[in-house]
Design a protein around this ligand. Structure first.
Ligand SMILES: NC(=O)c1ccc[n+]([C@@H]2O[C@H](COP(=O)([O-])OP(=O)(O)OC[C@H]3O[C@@H](n4cnc5c(N)ncnc54)[C@H](OP(=O)(O)O)[C@@H]3O)[C@@H](O)[C@H]2O)c1
Length: 222
């Protein structure tokens, strides 16, 4: 079983993924601060009281997470994503997969807008340029509402995955399928990752304007 690691796992999405994925995998809960990672693990253990999670979820500093994990999930805010990856880039050991959950969303007045930097390319593509070539990058989880996932409510959501090869997609998809009722869907190459990063603003605006709590996406076919 691959060792999983959450970079900046101490926020809402990190908590949610830790709870589900540590039922089947060893998971490193990463933080810039080891004490914060320990407190996050303690909080999850206290709330969930699940012996598999207690056995499999361990706290670590982000730098350790990057060195040790086979599959990494980046769960930091978009404004800090690139500086975070840059600061950790020397620690990758290669032949790993990095899944970026980063959504390009910001609040402007009473609306959410998609934000990219001046280059216009997605966060996932920019991350790929920062880290060693042998680390494969995917974008996924942008449209999954973290707090609902943490509650272990059945979500019935689709999870578009953008990455350059089918082989990497299959690895990401098998993780997604460990979470009840999440369905991975292959979107295509990493250059399409901006399309998923921008979906979050759409979901938040639709939710806010129509009093829909935690909307997500699903692709029915007829
Ligand atoms: N929340 C959702 O429902 C959701 C759903 C899908 C995708 N996403 C995406 O997933 C990512 C995480 O979302 P979130 O809501 O979990 O975020 P969050 O709670 O705001 O932050 C997650 C973690 O990022 C780290 N962090 C904060 N500021 C940082 C900085 N300046 N430098 C480095 N690390 C920093 C912190 O960890 P430490 O202090 O422990 O280092 C924090 O606990 C975002 O990019 C978001 O767009 C979120």
């Amino acid at each position: 079983m691959p060792l999983l690691g959450l970079i900046g796992g101490t926020g809402d999405l990190g908590f949610a993924l830790a709870v589900h994925l540590s039922k089947n995998h060893q998971v490193l809960m990463g933080s810039r601060n080891l004490e914060k990672a320990k407190a996050a693990v303690d909080e999850i253990n206290t709330e969930k009281k699940n012996s598999e999670i207690t056995r499999n979820l361990e706290p670590a500093e982000n730098s350790k997470v990057v060195q040790l994990s086979d599959i990494l999930i980046l769960t930091v805010p978009h404004a800090n994503a690139l500086e975070t990856v840059r600061s950790l880039s020397n620690g990758f050991r290669g032949n790993q997969i990095l899944i970026s959950a980063v959504a390009a969303v910001a609040k402007k007045g009473d609306e959410f807008v998609s934000e990219t930097d001046a280059s216009g390319i997605s966060f996932a593509q920019q991350i790929k340029k920062i880290i060693p070539d042998s680390v494969k990058v995917a974008a996924a989880f942008q449209t999954v509402p973290a707090k609902v996932l943490y509650r272990e409510t059945e979500i019935a959501a689709d999870v578009p995955v953008a990455t350059d090869t089918r082989e990497v997609y299959e690895s990401v998809a098998s993780l997604v399928m460990e979470i009840p009722d999440l369905r991975p869907l292959y979107l295509g190459s990493l250059r399409l990752s901006g399309d998923v990063e921008r979906l979050t603003a759409l979901l938040l605006n639709i939710g806010r304007r129509n009093s829909l709590k935690s909307p997500t996406i699903r692709f029915p076919s007829f």
